[in-house]
Design a binder for this molecule. Structure first.
Ligand code: ATR
Length: 282
């Protein structure tokens, strides 16, 4: 790829951004499809977020990904927010065509899981009640799960998120409980989603949120942690002959969805996955 007078710019705004895997992933996609686009990372001081978004619009930037710490604040500078992103209360993708914000993080997790099983009519258990859980849980509801149970160390946070999802009317059956009760929920679960950082590098040997003895072989287990690729939780899933879904797939599909929003084209996911693995040293 080389940059010309006609090259369209997309990119990432965050603080910091230098370790992002998105530039190599998206640039590999543009190169594979011979598209005249380049993806650049911009480190934006939180105090300058408004002028960064307005400036990008003036510069005819086509799209942004948005990462920590800007995902919530940036909504103030957009004209429109996608319905589910508004419910989540955070945006990770901007389409400058209509100054509209989207949240593809949750879609990424859903698409990763749907490589293995459909979410429709399933019983889903989500561990964690932070930002990642919020994005994923609303999309689990949107994709037609039969039931959603949010388990967290701090139960009040689980109750609060479950209440928000229940109020959205996307799903009827939403519950919450302490994560210490997880074993009691896994027997009836079809899908377990771990959004906690448990098992993330360098704490790769941490005690997983659930172990093989409480999993059945029909269970799909997704871990949002992607470093290491096979977390302690996914090792337990494999021991139980359950189906693992790796965190890297969420990165891949959130990127693929953003790509589609900006360009209107299907993303070349195989090429993007290859680039992601290379960046992550896999
Ligand atoms: P993210 O944006 O990645 O979701 P976050 O908003 O900080 O990050 O949320 C982290 C989630 O992981 C929280 O639900 C947190 O539980 P608490 O609300 O009880 O703090 C959960 N979490 C973090 N460390 C954990 C651990 N060691 N065991 C269980 N849950 C943990």
């Amino acid at each position: 790829m080389y940059i010309k007078g006609s090259t369209n710019i997309v990119g990432l705004i965050g603080h910091p951004v230098e370790h992002s895997f998105s530039p190599p992933m998206h640039n590999a996609a543009f190169e594979a499809l011979d598209m005249d686009y380049a993806y650049v990372a911009f480190d934006v001081d939180p105090l300058k977020l408004k002028s960064a978004v307005e400036g990008a619009k003036s510069l005819n930037v086509k799209g942004f990904n948005v990462t920590i710490p800007h995902k919530i604040e940036v909504m103030n500078y957009l004209d429109e927010i996608d319905e589910v992103a508004a419910l989540i209360g955070a945006v990770n993708t901007i389409d400058f065509k209509d100054m509209k914000g989207y949240n593809t993080d949750g879609i990424g997790a859903v698409k990763a899981i749907e490589e293995v099983t459909s979410i429709k009519n399933k019983n889903v258990v989500v561990a964690g009640a932070g930002g990642a859980s919020r994005a994923i849980s609303f999309y689990i509801a949107k994709y037609g799960a039969d039931s959603l149970t949010i388990l967290n160390r701090n139960v009040e946070k689980a109750d609060s998120l479950a209440g928000d999802i229940s109020a959205s009317d996307l799903i009827g059956n939403v519950g919450s409980d302490s994560i210490s009760e997880i074993d009691g929920y896994l027997g009836d679960a079809d899908i377990l989603i771990d959004t906690t950082p448990v098992g993330m590098h360098p704490n790769v040997d941490a005690e997983p949120i659930a172990s093989a003895h409480s999993m059945h072989d029909g269970l799909v287990v997704f871990d949002a942690v992607y470093n290491p690729n096979e977390t302690v939780l996914l090792s337990e899933a494999i021991k139980a002959s359950a189906k693992p879904v790796y965190g890297i797939k969420m990165l891949l599909y959130q990127g693929a969805e953003s790509f589609k929003i900006w360009t209107g084209r299907e993303a070349p996911v195989d090429v993007m996955e290859e680039a992601l693995k290379k960046t992550l040293g896999m």
